[in-house]
Design a protein around this ligand. Structure first.
Ligand code: C2E
Ligand code: MG
Ligand code: MG
Ligand code: MG
Length: 281
């Protein structure tokens, strides 16, 4: 994650707060308590069809509403969680939260027909042989179906043990979940791994979207990924769309799906719902 502390990405993160969250043991204990005390929060970033500008769903992104430090971003605490099995507790918590939200909206008559809700899973989730059963148990208490869920795994995570991940991806897909390869282009996949991958979506990393209008090379890379994905039967979602120019270039290239600050930042659940309702009128 060190690289991500770059100019544009996460807020530059220094000094006092870092000191408070670097101690692995201390932080993981606090995190464990945070899960129990319900201090985690899910924000939802709208996923858009960029041809129609309709909301097609959302990606769930976790935050930690820390009692003294305020709202912490994933960058502030996931690295610690990923060193332990705690990340699995967080990922399952988010998964359940999303399943419960979907159920509630359906009961309340909010029209989310055909929408897809994405949850980020770390590689550790895919290493649990009974993952599918665990997820089913969570869904059993809700009206949410696997068909309403996209599971996102980063390309980098997947490459750490691509054989295990591939197997689990196949199992999850056979249960009805859709799979997205996140941060695509950043993970050093060999073409042979990608060729054999059965996923549903690739998410083009925002670093390629950023300079789409000014860098001929980035434009050609995005173009190549779109062609490549088309051959493999994968849909492409562009990440980090921040301007009309980004949007125009993506449309020109034939990309149909995107997320980004241009449409909306990750929003508290109520604000996402308001965005959805406003968007529909
Ligand atoms: P990601 O899954 O690639 O999520 C996209 C990140 O880009 C989010 O950061 C989002 O807020 C940010 N983003 C979205 N649109 C734009 C844009 O237009 N411009 C810019 N500059 N940024 C944009 P966030 O929420 O800080 O999450 C960071 C990463 O943390 C995520 O990257 C994901 O890998 C991880 N993460 C977040 N929630 C979870 C979770 O529940 N479980 C796991 N395992 N990982 C998570
Ligand atoms: Mg993601
Ligand atoms: Mg990403
Ligand atoms: Mg990312």
């Amino acid at each position: 994650h060190a690289k991500r502390n770059g100019k544009d990405q996460y807020r530059i993160y220094t000094d006092n707060m870092t000191l408070e969250v670097t101690d692995l043991v201390e932080t993981s204990t606090a995190l464990r308590q945070a899960i129990q005390n319900d201090e985690l929060v899910v924000h939802l970033q709208p996923k858009m069809d960029i041809r129609t500008l309709e909301v097609t769903g959302a990606e769930a992104l976790v935050r930690w509403n820390h009692p003294s430090l305020g709202l912490l971003q994933p960058f502030d605490f996931l690295e610690v969680a990923e060193k332990t099995d705690l990340i699995n507790e967080i990922d399952k918590w988010v998964f359940k939260k999303v399943a419960v939200l979907i159920s509630q909206w359906q009961k309340q008559g909010v029209n989310i027909d055909g929408m897809l809700f994405a949850v980020n899973f770390s590689a550790r989730m895919f290493y649990m042989p009974d993952l599918a059963e665990q997820l089913q148990e969570i869904l059993n208490g809700t009206d949410c179906k696997p068909q309403q869920i996209i599971l996102e795994i980063t390309e980098r995570d997947m490459m750490r043990d691509s054989a295990t991940c591939e197997q689990m991806i196949n199992q999850l897909r056979s249960q009805g979940y859709q799979i997205a390869i996140d941060d695509f282009g950043m993970g050093y996949s060999s073409l042979s791994v990608v060729k054999n991958l059965s996923a549903d979506y690739v998410k083009i990393d925002r670093s390629f979207v950023q300079d789409l209008a000014t860098s001929r090379l980035d434009y050609e890379i995005v173009s190549a990924v779109l062609k490549f994905a088309d051959v493999l039967g994968l849909s492409v979602i562009a990440e980090g769309v921040e301007s009309q120019t980004h949007l125009d270039k993506l449309l020109e290239l034939g990309c149909t799906k995107a997320q980004g600050y241009f449409f909306a930042k990750p929003l508290p659940v109520e604000d996402w719902l308001a965005f959805l309702l406003k968007n529909k009128n």
